[in-house]
Design a protein around this ligand. Structure first.
Ligand SMILES: Cc1cc2nc3c(=O)[nH]c(=O)nc-3n(C[C@H](O)[C@H](O)[C@H](O)COP(=O)(O)OP(=O)(O)OC[C@H]3O[C@@H](n4cnc5c(N)ncnc54)[C@H](O)[C@@H]3O)c2cc1C
Length: 410
């Protein structure tokens, strides 16, 4: 049957991450938000703790265990996704922008892992083994005219001898300015739709590849969000993920590399949202405990108690969806629908909880400094979670498409 108890190792990760979040991340959170910058010392410490390696395959120096779907000899299913969501909720409870800035290949890892050859994986992951140097990878899919509509990317790649020449613009790329490489999704011909997509690893410093802007956001202000421009940027064919043979015929390998990322990243994003929502819920709960005696028969008190109960229920339900999606990813089961459910539920539960927490604290809750300063920050941070990695509406479309797969209306 089903067990909801965490293993000893999982509890260790959860408790360890919480301790780190409470003792060294939360204390710098407000200042990092104000200064749009996370102290390098903190990132260095977190990198040394090994947090940045979790996205990489174990044979490349990371924590990820063998994928049973790919290796039949593997005895134990991997734990990377389950460990990932447990850790992500706790670290985001401390500060989500710190989590998004952890050194490592980040969102760039899944497409390299899924589509890269062994040689490419070795080449692109190797620099991250040295955790004494802060290094990041990035994932460049979104464009000014193609966010939700991923199939509509317009960045082009033109073959020229041993190189591809890339032209286009990518926007809202996390850690895009500081990344040593970015996986750039481009098309050989926009008319081919998904079949035209190719995934390249473009290294920082490649002529024609520049960071053209760093965004000033309402939330997650300490996390870097960049615009990247590619102008006649020549990328060697060795950096085409999977090599040319992989894209022969009308295959959608490039598009699939982009989508595959979401199977593991959406549960993570759901977990991060729950971490922020839980932080806001706990803050409001402690405020209420200190200021109200909830069993008194005052209607307003009853309304507050019910609001708190709803917050806790919403977060707990979303967490179950996140854990299920992560568990499926670890077992190598197709989880696109469940990953979308986890992301949609986590984002929604946390957005509503942050709103409720502010309402519970009244006017104090909306002030940017003072005892409730965190509430204002979490309120600004959480909105983004309903947008990136696919908006709430897009998750609902993914879910409904899978529910009615095969029906003509879709
Ligand atoms: C902080 C942050 C970090 C990010 N990091 C990255 C990153 O590292 N890499 C990367 O590639 N991208 C990144 N993104 C981009 C993000 O994934 C996109 O913003 C997101 O996919 C939404 O795309 P869009 O902004 O173009 O909105 P649009 O697609 O223009 O959507 C606008 C609105 O229309 C709705 N909509 C769109 N299509 C439909 C439809 N068919 N049916 C119903 N409603 C629809 C949407 O739900 C939304 O409400 C990041 C964004 C942010 C804010």
């Amino acid at each position: 049957m089903i067990e909801f108890e965490l293993t000893e190792k999982q509890r260790f990760v959860q408790q360890g991450a919480h301790m780190v979040a409470q003792t060294i991340i939360r204390p710098i959170s407000l200042q990092a938000d104000r200064e749009h910058k996370i102290p390098e010392e903190l990132l260095r410490n977190l990198a040394q703790m090994g947090s940045s390696m979790s996205a990489m395959p174990r044979e490349m120096g990371g924590d990820e265990e063998v994928d049973p779907a790919k290796d039949e000899k593997a005895k134990k299913p991997r734990q990377a996704n389950r460990m990932g969501v447990l850790g992500a909720e706790e670290i985001a409870w401390g500060d989500a922008a710190v989590l998004m800035t952890l050194p490592g290949p980040g969102l760039g890892a899944p497409p390299v892992r899924a589509n890269g050859t062994k040689e490419q994986q070795e080449r692109f992951f190797a620099p991250f083994r040295d955790t004494t140097v802060l290094r990041w990878g990035a994932y460049g899919l979104t464009e000014p005219g193609a966010g939700s509509d991923v199939a509509g990317i317009r960045t082009t790649c033109r073959k020229d001898g041993d190189h591809y020449v890339l032209n286009g613009r990518k926007c809202y790329i996390t850690n895009g300015g500081r990344a040593i490489w970015t996986v750039i999704f481009a098309t050989i011909d926009p008319a081919l739709g998904r079949a035209g997509h190719r995934a390249f690893v473009v290294e920082k410093g490649t002529p024609g590849f520049v960071c053209s802007k760093i965004e000033d956001k309402i939330g997650l202000r300490a996390s870097e969000t960049a615009e990247l421009t590619l102008e006649e940027c020549r990328v060697h064919r060795d950096n085409l993920l999977g090599g040319e043979a992989r894209y022969e015929g009308t295959t959608k390998e490039g598009f699939m590399a982009a989508m595959k990322t979401f199977d593991s990243s959406r549960p993570m994003v759901g977990a991060m949202a729950i971490g922020i929502g839980r932080a806001a819920y706990e803050h409001a709960r402690d405020f209420v405990k200190a200021n109200y005696v909830l069993d008194r028969p005052i209607p307003r008190y009853r309304a507050i108690a019910e609001k708190l109960a709803r917050c806790e229920r919403r977060l707990a339900a979303a967490r179950m969806l996140v854990w299920r999606a992560a568990w499926m990813a670890d077992l190598g089961l197709a989880n696109a629908k469940e990953a979308s459910m986890a992301k949609a539920a986590g984002g929604q539960a946390a957005v509503q909880t942050c709103i409720d927490a502010i309402e519970i604290c009244g006017a104090h809750g909306s002030i940017e400094d003072g005892e409730h300063a965190f509430l204002a920050k979490w309120f600004r941070d959480i909105k983004v979670f309903d947008i990136f990695e696919g908006t709430g509406q897009i998750q609902r479309i993914v879910i409904s498409k899978r529910l009615y797969e095969g029906l003509k209306a879709f």
